[in-house]
Design a binder for this molecule. Structure first.
Ligand code: AMP
Ligand code: ZN
Length: 468
C-alpha cells in the first residue's frame, strides 16, 4: 500500500501523490502565536506535524518543512475584533512585544528539542515579512478581491463562489444566528481584515500604502507559504480550530492571489483535553512541557503518550496517564536494550520482514502510529527475534516514532558509579523498611537527574534532564 492521508478538504483518505517530482514535497505548518508559552495542547499539534514529516521521510520524500512564528500578535478573537494579544501581554508584563516574542520563541524551540521534534527547515517570523504581506494585499486590491474602508483593507468573500468549502459551513445561516457586532462598513459580515490601520498608540505598526498599520492574522500564512513553497505545494497542517476561519481565509486569499488551488492536502490535528475537559486558566490546568519536566518526568513520556492517540482522535491528558506512559517508555527501553546488546544474527528474516511490513502499512494508513507502536511492542516481546537485525529494524521504526531510543538507552547506561551506589543504597533501605532514608535518597537522586519509581516489580529508575 502506498501512503494515504486524510484530506480535510475532501473529507476522505487519499493517496499521497507529490505534485512536482517523485521526491520533493512542500509542507507548511501554522506555528505558534508567541504571546504566551505553548501548552501541551499546542505541542500535540506539533507532534502531529512532526509525525507527518517523519512518515513522509520514511517513505523517501524530502520534506521542505516551513513554519511561521506569529509575532505580530493577532486580534483577541478570530473575528478581527478586540485587543491585540501581544500588546495585551506587553501591557501586563511591562516588556516590549519584541522581548516577549523572543523569550517565548526560545522556550518553544527548547520544547522542540525536549520532545525530539524536528525543527522545520524554514522558520519565518511574521514581523520579518511585512513587505511580502503588503505586496500580497496590493495584488488582491488590484484584482478586485479586496476593498478599503475607514479602518483598513478587507477581503471580499462574495468574489469567491466557494468560500467556506473547507469547513462546509452555511455562511448565511451562520451569520443570521450570530450576534456579533459587525463593522457596518463591511460588505459581508464574514469579510475579514487583510490590513488594519493603527491608532497612534498601537505599539507594533508599519508603513504601508494605506498609512501606518499592521497585517490581519491570516495574510501572514498565505504570504509566507507561497514565498517559500511556491504557488502550488502539497501539505498544510494545523489544529482543527483553524479549519473554519484561519484556513478558510487562507484559501480565499490564495485563490484570489494565484487563481490556483495552492494547497493539495489540508491536514488537521484533533484537540487535547485535560481531565476530560477543556484546558483553561481558571481551572489551573494549562500545563506546559516545563511543568512535565519539573514534576520529574522525561518529556519524551509526553511524546510517547501522543504516539498512542491517533492524530484525528481527541486525546485526554491526566497526570496518571503520563505516569503510565512514563512507565511504558521505561519498559520499552528495557526490552529494546536486549536487542541493543545482542550479538546474535538471525538466519531467517521472515518474522522481522513481517513486522516491518505491518509497521509500514500502519503508518501509511493515514499515520496510524498507535497501531505501529503496538507492532513494535509485539516485536520486542518476541524473544525469537532478539538480534542485531532486530535492533536495526527498531532503529528504522524509531525514525518515525522519534523516541530517540538509541541515545536514551545509552544515557540510562552512562550512570556514574556514584549514582549506581545511591540507587543500590535505596534498594537496601527499602528492604530494611527504612522509608525515611529511602525517600531522602529518592530526592537526592532526583536532584542529580535520576528519577526512581517503585513498581510492583521493584525499583526502576531513569535518567532525566534536571530542570534548570
Ligand atoms: P496558537 O499558538 O494559538 O496559534 O496555536 C498553535 C497550534 O496549537 C495551532 O495549530 C492550534 O490549532 C493548536 N492548538 C491549540 N489548542 C490546542 C489543543 N487543546 N489541542 C491541540 N492543539 C491545539
Ligand atoms: Zn497559519
Amino acid at each position: 500500500m502506498s501512503l494515504h492521508v486524510y484530506n480535510t478538504l475532501t473529507r476522505q483518505k487519499e493517496e499521497f501523490v507529490p505534485l512536482k517530482n517523485d521526491k520533493e514535497v512542500g509542507m507548511y505548518t501554522c506555528g505558534p502565536t508567541v504571546y504566551n508559552y505553548a501548552h501541551i495542547g499546542n505541542i500535540r499539534s506539533y507532534v502531529f506535524a512532526d509525525l507527518l514529516r517523519r512518515v513522509l521521510e520514511y517513505n523517501g520524500f524530502e520534506v521542505k518543512h516551513v513554519m511561521n512564528i506569529t509575532d505580530v500578535g493577532h486580534l483577541l478573537s478570530d473575528a478581527d475584533e478586540g485587543e491585540d494579544k501581544m500588546i495585551k501581554r506587553a501591557k501586563e508584563t511591562g516588556q516590549s512585544p519584541w522581548e516577549i516574542a523572543k523569550q517565548i520563541t526560545d522556550v518553544f524551540f527548547k520544547d522542540f528539542e525536549r520532545l525530539n521534534l524536528l525543527k522545520p527547515k524554514i522558520v519565518c517570523r511574521a514581523t520579518e515579512h511585512i513587505q511580502e504581506m503588503i505586496d500580497f494585499v496590493k495584488v488582491l486590491l488590484e484584482k478586485g478581491y479586496a476593498y478599503e474602508i475607514s479602518d483598513g483593507i478587507y477581503f471580499d468573500i462574495s468574489k469567491l463562489a466557494d468560500y467556506g468549502k473547507l469547513s462546509r459551513i452555511n455562511l448565511e445561516e451562520q451569520m443570521a444566528g450570530a450576534r456579533v457586532d459587525v463593522n457596518p462598513e463591511k460588505r459581508h459580515p464574514a469579510d475579514f481584515a487583510l490590513w488594519k490601520r493603527a491608532e497612534p498608540n498601537h505599539i507594533m505598526q508599519w508603513e504601508s500604502p494605506w498609512g501606518m498599520g499592521y497585517p490581519g492574522w491570516h495574510i501572514e500564512c498565505s504570504a509566507m507559504s507561497i514565498k517559500y513553497l511556491g504557488q502550488e505545494f502539497e501539505l498544510h497542517t494545523g489544529g482543527i480550530d483553524h479549519i473554519p476561519i484561519h484556513h478558510e481565509n487562507e484559501i480565499a486569499q490564495n485563490t484570489g492571489y494565484t487563481d490556483k488551488e495552492v494547497v493539495r492536502y489540508w491536514m488537521h490535528g484533533e484537540f487535547l483535553q485535560v481531565d476530560g475537559g477543556k484546558m483553561s486558566k481558571s481551572l489551573g490546568n494549562v500545563w506546559t512541557i516545563s511543568d512535565i519536566a519539573q514534576r520529574g518526568y522525561n518529556p519524551l513520556a509526553y511524546r510517547y503518550m501522543c504516539l498512542n492517540a491517533h492524530y484525528r482522535k481527541t486525546m485526554n491528558f491526566t497526570w496518571n496517564g503520563l505516569e503510565s506512559a512514563n512507565t511504558a517508555l521505561t519498559r520499552l527501553w528495557i526490552n529494546v536494550e536486549k536487542f541493543r546488546e545482542s550479538t546474535n544474527h538471525l538466519a531467517n528474516m521472515s518474522q522481522l520482514d513481517h513486522y516491518q511490513k505491518r509497521f509500514e502499512e500502519a503508518i501509511d494508513d493515514d499515520l496510524n502510529v498507535p497501531e505501529a507502536l503496538g507492532i513494535l511492542w509485539e516485536m520486542v516481546r518476541n524473544s525469537e527475534v532478539v538480534s542485531k537485525e532486530g535492533y536495526d529494524l527498531i532503529l528504522e521504526m524509531d525514525r518515525v516514532f522519534g523516541l530517540n531510543l538509541d541515545q536514551e538507552i545509552e544515557k540510562q547506561q552512562e550512570l556514574s558509579v556514584d549514582l549506581m551506589q545511591l540507587i543500590e543504597e535505596r534498594k537496601e533501605a527499602r528492604v530494611n523498611k527504612d522509608w525515611a532514608r529511602s525517600d531522602a535518597l529518592r530526592d537526592e537522586l532526583k536532584a542529580k537527574g535520576v528519577l526512581v519509581k517503585d513498581t510492583k516489580e521493584g525499583q526502576v529508575w531513569e535518567v532525566v534532564t534536571p530542570e534548570q
